[in-house]
Design a protein around this ligand. Structure first.
Ligand code: BES
Ligand code: MN
Ligand code: ZN
Length: 490
């Protein structure tokens, strides 16, 4: 779908959407219409008692006096409440209504900041337009969206275009994440994930990939233990973007759980729903998409993305419940449940990030626990942090982009649950507050660095679709982190 911006000039083909806030009149749109078309629109709007109420629509098929297929008059609600997030959602729902037509024009009237609204409506439509259909070989053409061009008409198209450019870069990042998360686990495994990430070199991101040999030297016994039952080699992917003027500035480290398939290992998961565990790498997917977004919009921040990439499989060589592994930090871990593998991967990446880069802050994203879904369902991700300021900034960024976070408590009471009889800790708690004990486990590897852990198990995949995504991968995290970086590190 090609997105463009133009001055108000009602088209004569395809679908025209006339978007009006509460109380706004057809105004200049009316003047551009053929006399008969204007009368048809006015009568239809009056008959439907159209007042501009949010999401209200009046559809006029084949209006007389021209070649337009249809006009949709769309209510935007009160002009004052039409903020960026609302505009994005409007663009997304608009996309769903018009994607069956090849050319669509949207005419905006009566808004206080038309350039921002135009850019956000375009971005919402773009985000909603994503579909992962490469493996559907028999889909009827009629079932696919037909839309080729979306033209948004507003008073200052140059300003709208300028505001849309970074949003398009962010959408590129979101799509990169959705691609990675949607791919099946026979296609995306640690090595192929890293290979795909190498595409970011073309955007200016510096890519490093460590293999088992390097990670063994570093002493990453926890991460390597998870991957040891897999035929696929474990990898540590490190992505550098330094857009800051000071090339020696300390970076922000963003870490992703990249379990490309989580069978549970020897603590095998039940068969029903196990296919979902292809998206147990969505944290890593979000980090990778973020790097594309930052690079493509030329962020002035210094950010390092690190992804622990493994496959958790049962095998004669797999780690057993009861094994003790030594993490890179030197702390030993009794692996009582091989299905609590995400924390084993993350703890070594957290140690590596601190030792190697002395980051200003660490944010990790992980589909870490089923318990977070029990607590929050699909509407919020959980946030756990050792730093109120950092947590607050992330919560604010999430709120602004509609990727919401809810903070959970942490404390010694929970940490005690990780006590092992024979090692420094075990990798599971006693069964209560499973998301918190998982976070406590991670915190044991964080030194003095401000750190936040985002448990995103409930929000990265959505069967029904969300406001800005059709069913499947949501791309959760990219827009949140991009906003967080833009607001606090640029
Ligand atoms: N990847 C899962 C968590 C998960 C579950 C993500 C469902 C998305 C949907 C994680 O590795 C896991 O298996 N966690 C266990 C931990 C338990 C063994 C302490 C869980 O949540 O059951
Ligand atoms: Mn698991
Ligand atoms: Zn997992």
């Amino acid at each position: 779908m090609k997105i463009s911006f133009a001055k108000l000039a009602l088209p004569n083909t395809g679908t025209a959407v006339v978007a009006l806030p509460e109380g706004a009149k057809l105004g200049r749109v009316g003047l551009m219409l053929d006399r008969r078309a204007k009368s048809a629109l006015s009568r239809a709007m009056a008959a439907a008692e159209f007042k501009g109420k949010k999401d209200s629509t009046v559809i006029i098929p084949a209006p007389p006096g021209g070649r337009l297929k249809r006009v949709i008059v769309l209510g935007l609600g009160p002009a004052k409440a039409f903020d960026a997030a609302t505009a994005e959602k409007t663009g997304a729902s608009l996309y769903s209504q018009v994607s069956g037509d090849e050319t669509v024009s949207v005419v905006l009237e009566g808004l206080p900041d038309p350039a921002t609204s135009a850019a956000r409506i375009a971005s919402g439509a773009q985000l909603k337009s994503y579909r992962f259909d490469k493996y559907r070989t028999k889909e009827e053409k009629s079932a696919k969206p037909k839309i080729k061009s979306l033209n948004i008409q507003t008073d200052d198209p140059a300003a709208a275009k300028k505001k849309h450019a970074p949003l398009a870069a962010i959408a590129d990042g979101v799509f990169f994440t959705r691609d990675l998360v949607s791919e099946p686990p026979n296609v995306i495994y640690p090595e192929s994930f890293a290979a795909k990430a190498r595409e970011l070199a073309a955007d200016g991101v510096k890519i490093e990939v460590l293999g088992v040999k390097e990670m063994t030297k570093l002493g990453m016994g926890a991460l390597l233990g998870v991957g040891q039952g897999s035929l696929r080699e474990s990898k540590l992917l490190v992505m550098h973007w330094n857009g800051s003027a000071d090339k020696n500035s300390k970076p922000l480290a963003i870490i992703g759980k990249g379990v490309c398939f989580d069978s549970g290992g020897i603590s095998l998961k039940p068969g029903a729903g196990m296919w979902d565990m292809k998206w147990d790498m969505a944290g890593a997917g979000a980090v990778t998409g973020l790097m594309r977004a930052l690079a493509r919009r030329k962020s002035t921040a210094h950010v390092i993305g690190l992804c622990g990439l493994v496959e958790n499989m049962p095998d004669a060589g797999a780690q057993r419940p009861g094994d003790v592994v030594t993490s890179m930090s030197g702390q030993t871990i009794e692996v009582q449940n091989t299905d609590a593998e995400g924390r084993l991967v993350l703890c070594d990446v957290i140690t590596y990030a601190q030792q190697k880069y002395q980051p200003r802050a660490i944010v990790d994203l992980a589909t870490l626990t089923g318990a977070i879904i029990a607590a929050l369902s699909e509407f919020y991700a959980g946030i756990f942090s050792n730093n109120d300021e950092l947590a607050g900034k992330l919560i604010d960024a999430g709120q602004a982009v509609g990727e919401r976070l809810w903070r959970f408590p942490m404390g010694d009471e929970y940490d005690k649950d990780l006590k092992s009889l024979i090692a420094d800790m075990k990798n599971i708690g006693g069964g209560k507050a499973g998301s918190i004990t998982a976070a406590q486990f991670l915190q044991r590897f964080v030194k003095d660095t401000p750190w936040a852990h985002l448990d995103i198990a409930g929000v990265v995949w959505n069967e029904k679709g969300t406001a800005l995504a059709q069913g499947g991968a949501t791309g959760y995290g990219v827009r949140l982190l991009d906003r967080f970086v833009a607001e606090n590190y640029e």
